[in-house]
Write a protein that binds this ligand. Sequence first.
Ligand SMILES: [Ca+2]
Ligand SMILES: [Ca+2]
Length: 148
Amino acid sequence: MKSIRRTVTGVAAGALLAGGMVAFTAPSASANIEQCTSGHACAWGENTYTGCFTDFTVSNSVMGDWEACSRSGITANNGANSVKNYISGRNVTWYEETNYNGVGIRFQSQQSGANYQDPKLSNGGGTGVGGNVAGQNWQDRISSVRVS
Ligand SMILES: [Ca+2]
Ligand SMILES: [Ca+2]
């Protein structure tokens, strides 16, 4: 009887551990807009500023690895679903191609108070650059970012 009871207790502890692990991984999955601090242009892998996260203070000709991501084997290149510009006095343009090529979508700074973020790039956002592209699907499309 004693050994059986010990086994049951072990199972219960395992269940508790599994539950704890779920709760532990939740914060990275529920990343949020607070990750984006003043002076940065930010991108998230999922809608509503969630999922993998990366940020920039200057232009980047290629969207590189996510800075924070619970998934392996994916990069920020062609991965962003939501973006924000929190760089005072600068515009941030997210381009379709690397090296700022192709069309883009431009956001003003949060400090300017206008058109500075988009939680769902699949239905467009920002101001079109290089064409009337602001209303297009921009999910998983951005490959470079220019701060100007
Ligand atoms: Ca994505
Ligand atoms: Ca692209």
